[in-house]
Write a protein that binds this ligand. Sequence first.
Ligand SMILES: [Zn+2]
Length: 189
Amino acid sequence: MNGLAYPFKKLMYCPACGAPTFKPKKIDKSPTGQLKTKQFGCTTCGFEFFRNAAASTMAVIMKDEDTILMIRRAREPAKGTLDLPGGFVDPGERSEIAMIREVYEETNLHVSSYEVHPKTYCNEYLFGGVLYDTLDIVYICRVKNWDDLRSNDPEEGEPLLIKLDELDPKEVGLDSVRRFVTDFLHSRG
Ligand SMILES: [Zn+2]
């Protein structure tokens, strides 16, 4: 477990009894080489805690046939790199509502219609020294009115329109978004 950010170092004390005996039940290695666990247990009081992937959304919004709406990330992780609009689903929130909310927060645009992309993407998202696993749901969206395009929250990032033939997946910072963008560009030839 040496040198790993993810929870084994940050989650040591039992949230129920406070003893330093809060341990992963079983450690698995992910395809990226990260050590992960689905379940923690306290050997002092028997408290058990399960962790699951967090749902997140990506919105693909094309303007005309050859231009895509991207975000220049304003904060870590991957600050300064390109991203798609979207973000985490709040507890109790439907993912399509989260996607529409995030698009509005990041671009001031209203999604007028959308479809779910058939493939989802898994990601590892390092925040505050803890690696979160996400399951990213992709929506193919349409926007009728582009006049309102601007950032609603500069801390979230700056929206920008990029021609597909000028979009380099290497400029996309988050792994799952980069993998989607790579697949998307391939699918369009
Ligand atoms: Zn305990």
